[in-house]
Design a protein around this ligand. Structure first.
Ligand code: PLP
Length: 391
């Protein structure tokens, strides 16, 4: 029996995540230092965990409203207004989701007709292109370049817009490059979106994690953009809550309504105790977010300097917790470099092409791990690069 024939064509053709494939290999190795997985090494701050424990103690073990707890939606609207300068109505314009992952899926499924084109800058988060395909859209990647600090330029975007373009996905600070976007650049992109009637999904998941005083601007806050943006955010990164699976989407009521139709049938509601914990995170978590951010900044400074000392070109990221050094000069492909480093020096990083073809020649290292581990990893990477040069 050929079981493959039963799988829907558009799903069969989606490749497995390059990160997962690589980590299946890592899992077979012992005592590896991992700069691979993109999640904080910090546990969730204790007061947030306590809020979840208390939620359970109170017997809050039932469904919430489909949109999510009203108190959480209100807390989100206060937070988004204060941090990003965009006002949403907690009654009709916010939906609590199972991480930003679900929010991306809802937005794409709510917006796309088969064949609609979705533009996104690449290298990018691994789920963007498959999520578009799963929603029957057509992914259109716009390669960003190290020479432009991995920023999306309005010129590069304009060159890819067609009659079928419907959505632009943005993620700044960016996974995997750590790139950010200035206000002036975002203004040019916003102009294009208005002129070409594009809807923007703005994935703000790393927005609290910026460095060197870089200002974070959400495109949703620019004139004329609120009504054409779906603002996606969550708790996984800044609050160190990856395992809680909690995020949200804010959008004008008619868009939220459309996403809600999918969410209420597919998911029903997000986890109740995680929603209680998220309220505590927003109301009392700022101090912890800032102390984790400072620690990431310290590690970033060290890791950038180390790569530069090794003679590997490395764009200095201004956000998120990733660094994307160029390894092309070693004569190895990204995959050869990553596999060789793992095999010979027991350090795991992710080959750049896991984030799209334009990632070839680069690797992604996540510095959300202790400085001691990073120092040891950098010394091993140094040995690996030296040995490769003397071959
Ligand atoms: N968006 C980006 C850019 C990410 O890097 C990630 C996770 O790595 C996600 C979304 C998924 O986040 P969540 O844990 O909230 O589903």
């Amino acid at each position: 029996m050929i079981l493959n024939k039963y799988i829907a064509d558009h799903i069969r053709d989606i490749p497995k995540s390059g990160i997962r494939e690589f980590f299946d290999i890592v899992a077979q190795e012992k005592e590896v230092i991992s700069l691979g997985v993109g999640e904080p090494d910090f546990d969730t701050p204790w007061h947030i965990r306590e809020a979840a424990i208390y939620s359970l103690e109170q017997g809050r073990t039932h469904y919430t409203s489909n949109l999510g707890l009203p108190e959480l939606r209100s807390a989100i609207c206060r937070y988004v207004h204060k941090q990003f300068g965009v006002a949403y109505d907690p009654r009709t314009e916010v939906i609590i989701t199972v991480g930003v992952s679900e929010a991306i899926d809802l937005a794409l499924r709510a917006l796309l007709n088969p064949g609609d084109e979705v533009l996104y800058h690449e290298p990018c988060y691994v789920s963007y292109s498959p999520s578009v395909v799963m929603a029957h859209g057509k992914p259109v990647a716009i390669a960003t370049r190290a020479e432009d600090n991995f920023r999306l330029t309005a010129e590069a975007l304009a060159a890819q817009i067609t009659e079928r373009s419907k959505v632009l996905m943005l993620n700044f600070p960016c996974n995997p490059t750590g790139a950010t976007q200035t206000r002036a650049e975002l203004e040019k992109i916003a102009r294009l979106c208005i002129d070409h009637d594009l809807i923007v999904l703005t994935d703000e998941i790393y927005s609290e994690l910026t460095y060197d005083g870089a200002e974070h601007v959400s495109i949703a806050s620019l004139p004329g953009m609120r009504e054409r943006c779906v603002f996606l955010h969550g708790f996984s990164k800044a609050f160190a809550m990856t395992g809680w699976r909690i995020g949200y989407a804010c959008a004008p009521a008619h868009l939220t309504d459309a996403m809600m139709k999918i969410h209420q049938y597919a998911i029903l509601c997000a986890n109740t105790m995680a929603q209680d914990a998220a309220i505590e995170a927003l109301e009392n978590g700022a101090r912890h977010v800032e102390s984790m951010r400072r620690e990431y900044e310290r590690r970033r400074t060290f890791i950038v300097q180390s790569f530069n000392e090794l003679g590997l070109d490395c764009f200095k990221p201004l956000g998120a917790f990733y660094i994307f050094p160029k390894i092309a000069g070693t004569g190895m492909t990204s995959r050869e470099f990553s596999l060789g480093l793992l095999e010979k020096k027991k350090v795991a990083c992710v080959p750049g092409p896991a984030f799209g073809p334009s990632g070839e020649g680069f690797i992604r290292c996540c510095y959300a791990t202790s400085l001691d581990q990073i120092k040891e990893a950098m010394s091993r990477i140094g040995e690996f690069v030296q040995e490769a040069r003397h071959k």
